[in-house]
Design a protein around this ligand. Structure first.
Ligand code: ASP
Length: 332
């Protein structure tokens, strides 16, 4: 006998949402806009589902959990990993995807507003994944959309699904998060992945080092936010003093496209290059991560080192995004 589950607020607004199996789950039909939405219990839950997804992919490859569901992949900025892993995640779950990777060829180039584009896409799709150059764009899209919206990067703001997969990778690789020292290096001003990851890490007992050129330091509001939360933080301009204590070296690209002045970019470009030599003083059991693309910050000579975790990190992205989709559709 089916148990009656009262409709959620979103269902009341939008009665055509198909019935899932777990309408009472807090994740059902949710927007994923910021890492601030997730507490430690949520993270444990997401990572548990991600592990199940990995087991299923390894066992059967593709299965029909989201058969009949459609995802709109709306990308106003370039992407390789985020867009293709959302596509692969949806297809491995048996669903399908409307890919809009080049908005220049869509009505956006005719001047269509973001609210109109998302309200159009939700006529055809059940969930919208959006990447946009403006901070707050995913939140704006969610305000207008009745269907769930997932933030795949809003300018220099946040990249919550990347941070979730980063944290999952750390736990998978090192077996824990509490007690670790995480060193973030590169463009900490414009790098949205480090903004989201630092916020997520602040829920754990960790120490964070920030290494950047002076003009690319971690935004002071964020440092302050974490300080209030009791996180140990330290800032440097070179890696050497902290490489020996580092458990996770999280390297980022200098975000060329965010610079108004090309000359200023040239001054900081190439500031850091991680090579096998850089890791000479590093722990045996530590990892090097990078959200990619890398444009010279990690030399390819490092790829053979077992501590180079960046390709395994990408693989984790598939499982975490599969988990999130299954949860948003009330199937996990
Ligand atoms: N792929 C990541 C992002 O979209 C990192 C980067 O582009 O450097 O933020």
């Amino acid at each position: 006998m089916a148990i009656y589950v009262p409709p959620t607020e979103r269902e009341k607004k939008n009665p055509i949402l198909p019935f899932g199996d777990h309408h009472d789950s807090p994740f059902y039909s949710m927007d994923v806009l910021s890492v601030s939405q997730f507490g430690r219990d949520d993270l444990d839950y997401i990572f548990g589902v991600a592990k199940e997804m990995r087991a299923m992919v390894e066992r059967v490859g593709t299965f029909d959990l989201l058969k009949g569901k459609i995802l709109a992949n709306l990308f106003y900025e370039p992407s390789t990993r985020t867009s293709s892993s959302f596509l692969a995640a949806m297809e491995r779950l048996g669903g399908s995807v409307i890919p809009i990777n080049e908005v220049t060829y869509s009505s956006v180039s005719k001047g269509e507003s973001l609210p109109d584009t998302v309200r159009t896409l939700e006529c055809y799709a059940d969930v919208i994944v959006i990447r946009h150059p403006e901070v707050g764009s995913a939140k704006l899209a969610a305000k207008y959309a009745k269907k769930p919206v997932i933030n795949a990067g809003d300018g220099v703001g946040e990249h919550p699904t990347q941070a979730l997969l980063d944290l999952f990778t750390i736990e998978e690789e090192l077996g824990r998060i509490d007690g670790l020292t995480i060193t973030m290096l590169g463009d900490l001003k414009y790098g949205r992945t480090v903004h989201s990851l630092a916020r997520l890490l602040s829920q754990y007992d960790v120490s964070i080092n920030y290494i950047s050129p002076d003009i690319l330091r971690m935004p002071s509001e964020l440092v302050e936010e974490l300080k209030v939360g009791g996180i140990r933080q330290a800032e440097f301009s070179v890696l050497d003093p902290v490489i020996g204590e580092t458990d996770v070296l999280y390297v980022t690209r200098i975000q060329k496209e965010r610079f108004k002045d090309a000359e200023v970019y040239k001054q900081v470009k190439g500031t850091y290059v991680i090579t096998p030599d850089t890791l000479r003083k590093a722990k045996e059991e530590m990892i090097v991560m990078h959200p990619f693309p890398r444009v010279g910050e990690i030399s390819m000579d490092l790829d053979q080192d077992p501590r180079a975790a960046y390709f395994r990190q990408m693989q984790c992205g598939l499982y975490v995004r599969m988990a999130l989709l299954a949860m948003v559709f009330g199937k996990a």
